[in-house]
Ligand binder design. Structure first.
Ligand SMILES: Cc1ncc(COP(=O)(O)OP(=O)(O)O)c(N)n1
Ligand SMILES: Cc1nc(C(=O)O)sc1CCOP(=O)(O)O
Ligand SMILES: [Mg+2]
Length: 354
C-alpha cells in the first residue's frame, strides 16, 4: 500500500491549483473576448486571483513547486481521445467548468490535511465558481442561438408530414439543402401529435445545427424544448409569451406594418415576420403589404426580419431588391416537384445577395 506522504499531498495540490487556474482563465477569455461581458469576466478573474491569494497565504509556494514532477507524472501519458475533441465552443466551456469544479474539490479535500482554514476558503471559491459557471454557460448558449438566428436566411413553415418518419426525413433533407430555421405550423394536428412532432423536430434540427420554432403554441414549444415560438398579432401578447418562454428561447412576431414592427422590437421580439408580401397559396389575406413594407423595415428595423407570403424562386429577387435578405416560405418548397432543389435554389439567391 502506498502511504500518502506530505510530498504527494503537495504534488496533488500543485497540479489541481494549476488545473483550476488554467480552467478559470479559459472561461474568463470567453466571457471577455466572445461575450464582451465585463461582469462575468471580472468575477472569474477575481475568483482566479482569490485562489492564488488564498494559496499563497496558507501554503508554502516553494514546497508546491518542489513537489512538482511533470516528467514523472503517469497521468500525462493517459490522454483520452475525447480530451482532444471539442464539438463547439460551448463544449469547451462545459469541459473547463467541470474541470475547475473537480480541481477545486480536490484542493479542498487534500487541503484539509494541511490547513482547515485554507480548505474552508477554497470551499467558498468553489461555490462562487458554480454560480459564475452557470451564468457563463447560459450566456454562451444564448449567444450561440442568437448568432444562428442572425446568420439565418431561409426559414421554412412546415406541417407535421404524413408520418413522423417522413417529417424527420424532410427536415434532414431540407437542412442539408440550406434551410436554416424550421417552423412547425400544423393547426390541424391534435395536441399530442403536435407535441410529438415538435419533440422530434427540435431534436433533429438541433442535430443538424438548425433552429426549430413552434407556431402559435408557447406551451408546446417549451415542453418540446424547441428553440422558440412564433406568434401573430391576434395571439398571445409578447410579454405573456416571453413569461412562459423565458429569456433563452426565441420569440418571433408577425408584423404587417412598420408600427407593428417597431412595437415588436419594443416588446422584446428576437425576430419578426413581415408580410404578406405576395399572394399566398397557404393562407388567405384581404390585403398585401408588398415589397414597400420590406423597404421600410430594411431601412429602420435592426432585428432579423423574414419576408413572408407567396415568396418563391420567381419573385425572391423583388424581396432582395428591398434590402431584405431573409425569407420565410411554405408553398415554394412544400408544393415544388423537387423540394430539395427548390430550397437549394432559394438559398443560393439569398446567399448571393449577402
Ligand atoms: C416567420 C413567420 N412569419 C409570419 C407568420 C404568420 O403568423 P400568424 O400571423 O400568427 O399566422 P399563422 O401562421 O398563425 O396562421 C409565421 N407563422 N411565421
Ligand atoms: C402563414 C403566413 N403568414 C403570413 C404573414 O404575412 O403573416 S404569410 C403566410 C403564408 C406563408 O406561406 P407561403 O410561403 O406558402 O405563402
Ligand atoms: Mg399565429
Amino acid at each position: 500500500m502506498t502511504i500518502l506522504t506530505n510530498q504527494a499531498t503537495y504534488r496533488i495540490l500543485d497540479a489541481s491549483i494549476n488545473r483550476a487556474t488554467e480552467g478559470l482563465r479559459t472561461l474568463e477569455e470567453y466571457a471577455r473576448f466572445a461575450l464582451d461581458d465585463a461582469e462575468i469576466s471580472g468575477e472569474l478573474k477575481s475568483i482566479r486571483h482569490d485562489l492564488t491569494t488564498v494559496t499563497n497565504q496558507h501554503l508554502d509556494r516553494l514546497r508546491l513547486i518542489e513537489a512538482r514532477d511533470t516528467p514523472g507524472d503517469v497521468g500525462t501519458a493517459i490522454g483520452e481521445a475525447a480530451e482532444y475533441q471539442r464539438a463547439s465552443v460551448q463544449a469547451v466551456i462545459a469541459a473547463a467548468s467541470s474541470r475547475i469544479a473537480q480541481s477545486l474539490r480536490v484542493i479542498e479535500e487534500y487541503g484539509k490535511t494541511i490547513d482547515a482554514n485554507f480548505a474552508a476558503q477554497v470551499e467558498q471559491i468553489r461555490y462562487r465558481h458554480y454560480q459564475m459557471a452557470a451564468a457563463l454557460e447560459l450566456q454562451a448558449f444564448k449567444a450561440t442561438r442568437a448568432s444562428q438566428l442572425a446568420a439565418a436566411q431561409l426559414y421554412l413553415l412546415m406541417d407535421g408530414g404524413e408520418s413522423e418518419d417522413q417529417f424527420v426525413a424532410s427536415i434532414e433533407q431540407l437542412a442539408a439543402a440550406g434551410v436554416d430555421i424550421f417552423q412547425l405550423r400544423a393547426p390541424e394536428l391534435d395536441d399530442r401529435t403536435l407535441y410529438e412532432r415538435a419533440c422530434v423536430g427540435a431534436a433533429v434540427a438541433k442535430k443538424h445545427g438548425r433552429l426549430f420554432i413552434v407556431n402559435d403554441r408557447v406551451d408546446i414549444a417549451v415542453a418540446a424544448d424547441a428553440d422558440g415560438v412564433h406568434v401573430g398579432q391576434e395571439e398571445l401578447p409578447a410579454a405573456a409569451a416571453r413569461a412562459i418562454l423565458g429569456a433563452r428561447r426565441l420569440l418571433g412576431i408577425s408584423t404587417h406594418s412598420i408600427e407593428q414592427a417597431r412595437q415588436a422590437v419594443d416588446d422584446g421580439a428576437d425576430y419578426i415576420g413581415c408580410g404578406p408580401v405576395f399572394t399566398s397559396r397557404t393562407k388567405q389575406f384581404d390585403r398585401y403589404v408588398g415589397p414597400a413594407f420590406l423597404n421600410q423595415v430594411s431601412g429602420s428595423i435592426h432585428l432579423p426580419a423574414f419576408a413572408i407570403g407567396g415568396i418563391d424562386e420567381h419573385n425572391v429577387a423583388k424581396v432582395i431588391e428591398t434590402g431584405c435578405h431573409r425569407i420565410a416560405v411554405s408553398g415554394a418548397i412544400r408544393d415544388a416537384e423537387d423540394p430539395v432543389h427548390a430550397a437549394e435554389a432559394l438559398k443560393q439567391c439569398l446567399m448571393q445577395a449577402g
